[in-house]
Design a protein. Structure first.
Length: 225
């Protein structure tokens, strides 16, 4: 009796197998699209230390410890859309991850689910290239995450995925700015706002998102398979 029970329990142990196509996984894919939309319109307030340009002048003045702490802390409003992308691929795998991204893009062609709206005209927005870049990034990350993945490789996978999105996003931005004959100052400001400090936060939070996604995937595999 005990051997039979042990054998049945072992059959539900996650060993890196792909999640099967079932009604449950299709529902989960739709829920992932909703999570991505929620992440698009969410903000996380992050405080981190930094060195301002007036550091030496500021330190030469008399300030309280609280004033010094505030001066060397920067407030940043972060949108966790890219980490959510990699959370989805770590949770659902490459196939369902790509499916969720495609559904999100198609939905954005008809409804305002993107950060600046939606519709066919969004194809000519500067930031649309970042959204299109989700597809190759998810493909690369999903391929690298397939099967058993050493946790030491997750930072590398996150770095490759995030850099892929930002590089392709910048290239698309340059293409659109060329079509619009936009001034170079506008282009550089867009690149700085979309791929400056944002990229560092994307890498950091993507590592956390991938770890969480992989852990939840084990439970999801048991439920869905």
């Amino acid at each position: 009796m005990s051997k039979r029970v042990a054998r049945e329990l072992n059959s539900f142990r996650y060993k890196g197998e792909p999640i099967k196509v079932t009604l449950g996984t299709l529902v989960m894919t739709c829920l992932c699209v909703i999570l991505l939309i929620v992440a698009t319109f969410s903000q996380i307030t992050v405080h981190h230390p930094y060195i301002p340009s007036d550091t030496w002048y500021f330190l030469s003045q008399d300030h309280t410890p609280i004033e010094i702490l505030k001066h060397f802390m920067k407030k940043y409003e972060y949108i966790p859309q890219i980490p959510m992308i990699f959370f989805i691929v770590a949770l659902m795998g490459r196939k369902f991850g790509i499916t969720a991204i495609v559904m999100y893009i198609i939905l954005g062609m008809f409804f305002p689910v993107f950060a600046l709206g939606g519709g066919i005209s969004y194809l000519f927005e500067y930031g649309f290239g970042y959204i299109l870049a989700y597809l190759p990034a998810v493909f690369f990350a999903g391929t690298l995450l397939k099967g058993k993945t050493d946790y030491l490789r997750i930072p590398v996978i996150s770095l490759v995925g995030v850099v892929t999105i930002h590089v392709l996003g910048i290239l698309y931005m340059l293409f659109i700015s060329t079509l619009r004959h936009a001034p170079w100052e506008l282009v550089t400001s867009w690149i700085a706002s979309q791929s400056g400090v944002q990229m560092l936060y994307d890498i950091f939070f993507t590592i956390i998102a991938v770890i969480l996604g992989k852990q939840l995937r084990k439970l999801l595999w048991i439920v869905m398979c």
